[in-house]
Design a binder for this molecule. Structure first.
Ligand code: FES
Length: 106
């Protein structure tokens, strides 16, 4: 199992356990994080699973693909570490990953 910490815009911290192969979006939804609406169900078509990967993790996970990068052009308040959480597949190496939830989604 891989431990992922989600930090909401108000500072609320939620730790969740993930199985390899799950998406970070699925982990967040299973943990009851309402700010990850995931309206398209993980099809890379809505942007409501937008998150910020903690800076010290940003270069340790697979970079965004072309479709994800295109969709990130439409999210509110993007940063250099913006990702669509539905497009990040959990691996065992991600144990300890920290994900910040944008304030625009609270
Ligand atoms: S859930 Fe819609 S883009 Fe990720």
């Amino acid at each position: 199992m891989t431990r992922i910490t989600f930090i909401e815009a108000d500072g609320t911290t939620i730790e969740a356990m993930a199985k390899p192969g799950m998406s970070v979006m699925q982990v967040a939804v299973n943990a009851g994080i309402a700010a990850i609406a995931a309206e398209c169900g993980g099809a890379c078509a809505c942007g409501t699973c937008h998150c910020y990967v903690a800076e010290d993790w940003a270069d340790k996970i697979t970079p965004a693909g072309e479709d994800e990068a295109d969709m990130l052009d439409f999210v509110i308040d993007p940063t250099a570490t913006s990702r669509l959480s539905c497009q990040i597949a959990v691996t065992p190496e991600m144990d300890g990953l920290v994900i910040h939830i944008p304030s625009s989604q609270t």
